[in-house]
Every structure is written in structure tokens, then in C-alpha cells.
Design a protein around this ligand. Structure first.
Ligand code: SF4
Length: 443
């Protein structure tokens, strides 16, 4: 990771093991089982702060484990084990939906993530979502987002996904080249990408997003250009591009450790940033607008990403399932990350919580600030109104330094990241951490 002393963009920085992407604050390593009692207390609080509600459902099953994957996923569960897991998530939802914090509210957004939600059959998805809707109706949800792995999607499955109410289908394409998909352990092949995309298009989802990763194992200049060209041919509503990171619990890291290598066998950070920069420029030339450090939108007026925007402005998020992450009334928590521990806890009527952290108002302010910086545009007034904080005086030195280094600019109304800053935004954010949260390992 980068600390404040090394924020300036290095000339050439190899990809070492560790997490680069910042998805939450304070970092997960500060969440602890000692704080789990805070979770009960959070759910007992009344909803009097105007926070919207979202539901995240985690499907931890995949056909194959990708070599760069750091999630807890299962590739060997049979239909009855999957049913038992889904039944447990329904029991978890039933329990929380009755709590004072949630009772009577309707989700503004619902997200199915994983793992691979599209690993489930159409019948499993229909049964699961009918039960969920009965407990917590989705009729006012502005977005139901769903992650799909191209090789699991056929026209019937895609229709079932549309029928359960999904509005945003996100396809985990990652790369268009069979050889690179294979080397990285992906289960799907390139022809399945095109079939899945066509099926999704013919169902008329409000929004199709495709995910790509810059810097997979064996990625080349030529192939990356081809990824850009193929993306432009498909012309999806939204394109999300991640820069390859190698967290500690990936197969790639295990192999690095066994061979005593510190540098991952993927492109360095400078090259990955340039690849994303080139992709963004090509997308902009084709009419897209860059809406965050990772995302390009074809029609930003019409295409929203409610899950991201609500989460990054402090929504309550009720996470269901193994290892899922929640944020309720200012309390962060994560569920246990083994499926047997999870279903056992639910069977015994216990909370399946692994670790938690009750945030202070200042930590919540920093969290929203960091996450909104990833959009490339932060409103000064928003933070003044919501937290009574003037970002310009609170971060006077940090903003001045980043501005002098050419990463951003600011005035009395907003902080705007330059493209150069947006492409390495996660690296810049450590500057704004409280000193006690700056560590050499952020998960
Ligand atoms: S499909 Fe996603 S969740 Fe499943 S193994 Fe690959 S990266 Fe991990």
C-alpha cells in the first residue's frame, strides 16, 4: 500500500501482494468479534436519520475458482446444500426484517453478488426471490442488480433473471481472449460472452454493465486494445474496469509465496493505469462519460448505479449470507465466512456475525468522503450539511499537496479529481485516513 509519504505516482511500481482497492472505512482489520454486541443494538435503533435501505444477497457458489479470486467461494456444493444455504438466508432476512431499525421499510435497492448469483437455476432464483419479496417487498426498489458469469447464462436463465425483477445485469466478462481467460482460471470462454450478451440484450434490461480487468495474467498491449475494441462493439450501458490486484488469499499469491517471489506476474501499476486511461479515452470518443475511477456510462442521465451511490452516501445495507458485509445505523459488520458456520448459527437462532465495528460520526464522514472521492467529484456543501465539516479546512494540507502534484483541484464548492488522480484514486485515499488506521496491510 501507499502511505502519505509515497503518494506521488512512482515511475514504475510492480504489483506486489496486497489490497489496493478501498471499499470501506475504517479498514476491515479494525472490525472485531469483540464488538458483535453492537449489531443487536444497531437493529434496535429506530430509523430516524433518513438513511435509505438496501439488501445485499451473497451467493458464494462458482463453477471454478479464478486464480485472482479472494472471495470465499464454493465449487462443490450440490443442490440440497445450495437449498439449505438459501433457506438460511431467508431465515436471516426474516429475523432482521422484524427488528425496529428495518420493520416497515422497503428497500430502495437490492443487489445479488457473489460468488456467482447466476450459478443458481431459474427455479432456485424464482423461489428465493419470491420468499424475499414476501418478507421485504421490493415494489419500491429503484434498482435490482445482479452479477452474472457469462458461461452460466442461457436465454432461459436470462429470462428468469429478468422476470424476478432485475434491472441491472452485470456480466463478469473480464477479458475477451480465451487463452487469457483460461490462464487466469475463469470458467467461461469468449463465445459464451457474446451469447450471454445477446440474450441479455434481447430481454431488454434497463442496464447492462460489463466488467473488465486490466492486467490479468499474460495480458499484452495488443490484447488489451482488442478488449477495448470488443467492448465498443458491444456498446453496453456501463463498462467497469478494475486494475488487477493480488490479495493474499488468491491462488496467484500462494504460488508467489511457494516460489519465493514478491512481485506478481502481472503488469506493473503504471501499465495498468495506462491501459485504463486508454480504455476511458476510447470510450469517451465513442460517446461514454467517465463516472468514477472505474466506470464509463453511455447515458449518464438515464443510467444510474443506485447501489453504489446509496452506499457511498451512508445507506443502511442489510447483507445476507456467508461473509456478507452490512452497514446498519452506523455499525459495520461482516458475517462468518464458512458456509457450515453460517448455517449452524442460523439453525441455532444465533446471529451469524464474525466481526463488527461501531463507527464514530467522524469515521462515517471520512468513509463517505473516501468513497465519494472515487467518483472524481465531491461536494463541499454535502459534507457541511450532513456532518458539519468543512473539508477545505479539515484537509487543507492534504488537498494542497495533491493539487500541487496535479491529482486534483478544488474551490469553495467542490473537489474535482483530474484523470491522473482518478486513475490512482485508491492510492491517494490513505492520506485521509485517521493516523490509527494507517497500516501496512489494509484488510
Ligand atoms: S467468478 Fe468471481 S467470485 Fe467466482 S471464483 Fe471467479 S472471481 Fe471469484
Amino acid at each position: 500500500m501507499s502511505t502519505s509519504a509515497e503518494t506521488a505516482e512512482p515511475k514504475k511500481k510492480p504489483t506486489e501482494a496486497g489490497n489496493y482497492f478501498i471499499s470501506n472505512y475504517p479498514p476491515f482489520s479494525f472490525w472485531s468479534p469483540e464488538n458483535n454486541k453492537e449489531v443487536d443494538e444497531a437493529f434496535l435503533k429506530l430509523h430516524d436519520d433518513g438513511a435509505s435501505l438496501g439488501v445485499y444477497h451473497h451467493i458464494p457458489f462458482c463453477r471454478k475458482r479464478c486464480h485472482f479470486c479472494y472471495f470465499r467461494v464454493y465449487t462443490d456444493k450440490n443442490a440440497s446444500e445450495i437449498k439449505a444455504y438459501l433457506d438460511s438466508t431467508i431465515q436471516e432476512l426474516e429475523h432482521f426484517a422484524k427488528q425496529p431499525r428495518i420493520a416497515g421499510r422497503k428497500p430502495k435497492f437490492v443487489y445479488f453478488g457473489g460468488g456467482t448469483p447466476s450459478y443458481l437455476s431459474g427455479a432456485q432464483l424464482t423461489e428465493l426471490t419470491d420468499q424475499m419479496k414476501e418478507i421485504l417487498p421490493w415494489d419500491e426498489a429503484e434498482e435490482v442488480a445482479f452479477e452474472g458469469e457469462p458461461g452460466t447464462l442461457n436465454p432461459r436463465k436470462v429470462k428468469a433473471i429478468k422476470d424476478i425483477g432485475v434491472t441491472r445485469l452485470s456480466l463478469g466478462i473480464e477479458n475477451f481472449d480465451d487463452r487469457i481467460l483460461e490462464i487466469n482460471g475463469r470458467a467461461h470462454k469468449a463465445p459464451e460472452v457474446y451469447k450471454a450478451y445477446e440474450a441479455a440484450q434481447s430481454e431488454g434490461f434497463d442496464q447492462i454493465n460489463i466488467d473488465l480487468i486490466a492486467g490479468m495474467l499474460d495480458e499484452t498491449e495488443e490484447n488489451w486494445q482488442r478488449n477495448i475494441e470488443e467492448t465498443l462493439k458491444l456498446r453496453p450501458d456501463s463498462v467497469t474496469i478494475y486494475q488487477m490486484e493480488i490479495p493474499y488469499n488468491t491462488t496467484i499469491y500462494k504460488e508467489m509465496k511457494e516460489s519465493g517471489t514478491l512481485i506478481a506476474p502481472v503488469a506493473d501499476w503504471q501499465v495498468k493505469r495506462r491501459w485504463v486511461k486508454e480504455a476511458f479515452e476510447a470510450l469517451e470518443s465513442a460517446g461514454y462519460t467517465i463516472s468514477s475511477g472505474y466506470t464509463a456510462l453511455l447515458n449518464p442521465e438515464k443510467t444510474k448505479f443506485v447501489y453504489r451511490d446509496e452506499l457511498w452516501t451512508g445507506a443502511d445495507l442489510l447483507g445476507l449470507g456467508v461473509a456478507s458485509i452490512s452497514h446498519i445505523a452506523g455499525v459495520h459488520y461482516q458475517n462468518v465466512n464458512e458456509i457450515s458456520q453460517y448455517t449452524d448459527a442460523i439453525d441455532k437462532g444465533e446471529l451469524p456475525v464474525h466481526r463488527a465495528l461501531k463507527t464514530s460520526s467522524d469515521e462515517r464522514m471520512i468513509r463517505e468522503f473516501l468513497l465519494q472521492m472515487k467518483l472524481g467529484l465531491v461536494s463541499i456543501e454535502y459534507f457541511r450539511q450532513k456532518f458539519g465539516v468543512d473539508l477545505l479546512s479539515r484537509y487543507e494540507a492534504e488537498l494542497k499537496e495533491l493539487s500541487e502534484e496535479g491529482f486534483l483541484e478544488y474551490d469553495s464548492e467542490r473537489i474535482s479529481l483530474h484523470r491522473r488522480g482518478l486513475l490512482c484514486v485508491d492510492n491517494l485515499l490513505f492520506k485521509f485516513f485517521l493516523p490509527e488506521h494507517v497500516t501496512s496491510r489494509i484488510v
